[in-house]
Design a protein around this ligand. Structure first.
Ligand SMILES: [Ca+2]
Length: 224
């Protein structure tokens, strides 16, 4: 079992987690040393790892806070303080299983991933369930994503997503092969971004009543 059943990390797989349904697992199910998990303000959030493959199931409303909406509910597996002023974080989103069209999984950067709804320096690049790929960022630094750029993509196949920081500029891109990346929108500047930030994977189901396991592999969470 994936979480607290005493199975060694190398046997924790997202497929096992799926089979066992995550029921009763702790929110802080362990991942390998050097990685952390954060539940954001998600209703439930469960994590699994096997090598560089990860699974996240997170029931949350969304990660979006514009137009009167204030949602920052997600699950994240991340590397604290790994993201400097010349860095990138990427992963291959193998599956986005959640039912809502705006369920999304991808990479997340912010000053402090544990501080949902308040930490600035915040941006994500994600594959959605049925709305292509998105680059969303917190333009005003209030800890909620409020601006986005979108691109159509074949979301029925695995897609790499990447967020790169060069000084104060953050650029998003996606790829089908992990080598040839296509930009999503233009580079942006994030208000109140710290010199060293947290970076990692995240998922939100866009539905507080349900979540599915979303799988990632080929992840690069270390500073470039
Ligand atoms: Ca904002």
């Amino acid at each position: 079992m994936i979480c607290q059943a005493g199975v060694a990390p190398e046997y924790r797989t997202s497929l096992n987690a799926n089979e066992f349904g995550f029921t009763g697992c702790a929110v802080d199910a362990p991942v390998t040393a050097g990685l952390s998990t954060a539940a954001g303000s998600a209703v439930s959030s469960y994590f699994g790892q096997s090598g560089d493959s990860f699974g996240i199931a997170a029931a949350g409303a969304d990660v979006w806070g514009a137009g009167g909406q204030h949602d920052d509910q997600f699950g994240s597996i991340y590397k604290a303080g790994s993201f400097g002023t010349d860095a990138s974080v990427s992963t291959r989103v193998v599956s986005v299983n959640d039912a809502n069209a705006w369920a999304k999984s991808g990479v997340m950067v912010r000053n402090d991933t544990t501080k949902a709804g308040s930490s600035a320096g915040y941006a994500v690049v994600a594959v959605t369930a049925r709305n292509g790929v998105v680059f969303e960022w917190d333009a005003n630094g209030d800890g909620y994503l409020d601006t986005d750029a979108r691109a159509s993509a074949d979301i029925y196949r695995p897609i790499w997503v990447k967020l790169t920081r060069s000084g104060t500029a953050y650029a998003a891109s996606y790829s089908y092969d992990g080598a040839n990346y296509v930009p999503i929108g233009q580079p942006v500047t994030l208000a109140s971004a710290a010199a060293q930030q947290d970076a990692g994977l995240f998922s939100t189901s866009h539905d507080v009543t349900q979540s599915a396991i979303n799988q990632f592999d080929s992840s690069s969470l270390a500073a470039r």
